[in-house]
Design a protein around this ligand. Structure first.
Ligand code: MN
Length: 233
């Protein structure tokens, strides 16, 4: 007999997979903080520190299909909504205490994502030593494009990463400049949490983070992956 619930459970959040009809069901979203040196500096830090992590709920994902423009509502409470373009690693095989040398075998594929941030609220929380959730983990805070299987993603570790807003360059760097690369990130993450298939890892953003307003169109790219286009409503 089917289980009964007191209300209808939410649908599983899932992302399209390039070249396959089956979708990638999202479990958790882990994000790496300050993982490009020039971004750490623009946030007031030296750029060298052990990796640290925060999370977003799976339903923060705004699914944006290849070739289409996603829509993100301008969130409540903030007057300083920032873009952070990021390479996203999608975990296909879980595990704990994964060593860096084995880590890439756990990656199903890659996508382009935006870690949208209520920077003013995050800043208030930082000052008070409080959790970042209100700045980072709100609805629609993680627009994400389709996942490209790892074998088809090219030289992703050396891919250019960029973001344009209304056609103007805001962020441009290279995945090679990650302070903690994907394998090292997975080693650290899996020491603290048991990774599960369906986990997404937002690997960090390069320098150039800045505000967007309603009506702006964001175009994010990581070479080898479908372009992510999002309009702020
Ligand atoms: Mn970020």
């Amino acid at each position: 007999m089917a289980s009964e619930y007191v209300f209808t459970p939410p649908a599983t959040v899932s992302l399209p997979v390039v070249g396959q009809s089956a979708r990638f069901p999202v479990h958790r979203i882990y994000c790496v903080g300050r993982n490009y040196e020039e971004h750490a500096k623009e946030m007031g830090f030296t750029g060298r520190e052990p990796p640290f992590f925060f999370m977003k709920p799976a339903d923060a994902v705004v699914v944006v299909d290849a070739g289409s423009t996603g829509t993100m509502a301008y969130p409540t409470l903030t007057k300083n909504l920032h873009h952070e373009i990021e390479l996203v690693a999608a975990i296909g095989t879980g595990g704990k205490n994964i060593k860096a040398a084995d880590a890439m075998k756990h990656v199903f594929g890659f996508a382009v994502g935006l870690d949208m941030t209520r920077r003013d609220l995050q800043g208030d929380m930082k000052k008070q030593g409080r959790p970042w959730d209100i700045g980072k983990s709100f609805e629609q805070s993680a627009p994400t494009g389709p996942i490209v299987p790892a074998a088809e993603a090219g030289d992703i570790q050396n891919a250019e990463i960029s973001l344009q807003v209304n056609g103007q360059d805001r962020q441009r760097s290279n995945v090679a400049k990650l302070i903690w690369n994907m394998a090292e990130t997975i080693e650290h993450l899996s020491a603290a949490w048991e990774l599960q298939p369906g986990d997404l890892i937002f690997t960090g953003t390069p320098e150039g983070v800045n505000a967007v307003v309603s009506g702006d169109t964001l175009v994010g790219q990581v070479a080898g992956l479908p372009t992510l286009t999002v309009k702020i409503a």
